[in-house]
Design a protein around this ligand. Structure first.
Ligand code: LLP
Length: 423
């Protein structure tokens, strides 16, 4: 069931015509489907039914509080990596007891906020970080619940920039240091060991790397328990890939992933924690954009659209493929043309795709870039002083703006001309 599909010759998000959203909100904008968010979360949750599992949605994928609140209602927890994400999760109604705090460089202030809120667990990545957390917890007279994120040295992930589980990556405690780290943690007065954490990468399109990582960590947990540590939770991170509509490998369905995890962990007596991001939000959102100009080049045609790399940076940063369709359904007989689809930013990198075959397209027409719900809005910027674009959440026949487009005045208000020039 696709919630972005054609009805009466034009594309809808659930029961709302995208042309209506474009007319009311303006383009470019992100449009999310509540039904898809809900379905993805429920599919994931169902594959772990009957087990003790916490699904801590990875907030970085799409951190809008409207999206978080939608998932909170279904029972989602949150995986956060900054004080800002922590505040978002709490504001959206995700209980602190379902929040895990990941990331390689937490600050004292972030630790203080998370301890005060009473989060479930800190996923720590180094001994220096452990010592700082112990000091902050002491100052607050509490015990900080911790897991170490261990680096299993497993290759995984769709692109070198999003692979995290190899020993040369900056993430996690080196495999050979893990047991020493737990021994050290056990000796500290304000630390409570609760689990082990691992995350190997993103857009992973096969089960084998997950299996390899889980098996390695399983052995580690056995050893840690033998050394007297109480390991109650096993967090295997996120990373399950999604189909982007190109010809690359299609990732395994969440049910297969769930069955594999259950098979490997059912005899472990641990509570599993998952941190899926892309799998929940990726195909729940599109980028809606308008063609500004069709420009004839020497040997190619350019579609210059009103969205740019500051709105969706994935193609520029990871050579990512996003399927593009016109909002108006092409009739049965149409001309295909080869286009480079580009944004207005002053960089050649502001190119969404090259030589893409699309139905003949004219200026003023609306296009959709699919699979933009994860790492789209959350990675956007105001480069070229292009205001952040609106985010719209659809539910059935209803839609609401869940992030407004700031005005240029609002952007300029945060900046100052220094006094030695202005006075
Ligand atoms: N947990 C941790 C500790 C992570 O670092 C990440 C993603 C996740 C969970 C969620 O992974 P997911 O289920 O979404 O694959 N911006 C890139 C992806 C970066 C992923 C970073 N970490 C992209 O647009 O492809």
């Amino acid at each position: 069931m696709r919630h972005f599909d054609f009805k009466d010759g034009e594309m809808f998000a659930e029961d709302v015509a995208l042309s209506e959203i474009a007319a009311k909100v303006g383009t470019p904008c992100y449009v999310y489907s509540s039904a898809t968010l809900e379905r993805h979360f429920n599919v994931f949750a169902t594959s772990f039914k009957g087990t003790k599992a916490l699904i801590a949605y990875s907030v970085k994928a799409n951190s809008n509080i409207g999206v978080l609140a939608t998932l909170a209602k279904l029972g989602a927890g949150a995986d956060v990596v900054s004080g800002g994400e922590l505040a978002r999760a709490l504001t959206a109604g995700i209980p602190a007891s379902k929040i895990v705090f990941s990331g390689v460089g937490k600050t004292e202030n972030e630790m203080r906020a998370a301890l005060t809120a009473g989060i479930r667990v800190f996923n720590l990545e180094s001994l220096p970080e452990l010592y700082v957390l112990n000091d902050v917890a002491k100052e607050l007279s509490v015990k900080a619940p911790i897991a170490f994120r261990v680096n299993p040295d497993v290759t995984a992930g769709g692109h070198e920039k999003i692979s995290t589980g190899k020993k040369e990556n900056k993430f996690g405690i080196a495999w050979s240091h893990a047991e020493r780290a737990y021994k050290e943690a056990a000796s500290l007065s304000n630390i409570e060991i609760v689990g082990v954490d691992v995350h190997i990468g993103s857009q992973i399109d096969e089960l084998a790397p997950f299996e390899a990582a889980i098996s390695k960590v399983k052995d580690l947990i056995t050893r840690l328990r033998a050394q007297g540590h109480s390991i109650r939770s096993f967090d295997i991170g996120g990373g399950l890939g999604i189909p982007y509509g190109d010809n690359s490998k299609v990732p395994p369905p969440p049910a297969d992933y769930g069955a594999m995890v259950k098979r490997l962990t059912q005899d472990m007596d641990v509570e599993m924690i998952f941190e899926p991001g892309r799998m929940i939000a990726g195909n729940a959102g599109i980028l809606l954009t308008k063609v500004l100009y069709v420009k004839e080049g020497e040997d190619r045609k350019f579609l210059i659209i009103d969205a740019a790399m500051n709105d969706l940076i994935r193609p520029a940063l990871y050579e990512a493929y996003h399927e593009i369709e016109a909002v108006k359904a092409p009739g049965s007989a149409y001309d295909e043309q080869s286009y480079d689809v580009v944004g207005p930013i002053c960089e050649s990198g502001d190119t969404f795709t090259k030589s893409r075959e699309l139905p003949e397209t004219k200026a003023g027409e609306l296009l959709v870039m699919h699979s933009a719900g994860a790492y789209g809005a959350s990675q956007s910027s105001q480069y070229n002083t292009r205001p952040l674009i609106p985010e719209v959440l659809v539910k059935g026949e209803a839609f609401e703006v869940i992030r407004e487009r700031p005005t240029i005045e609002e952007i300029l208000k945060t900046e100052r001309i220094p006094s030695w020039i202005s006075s």
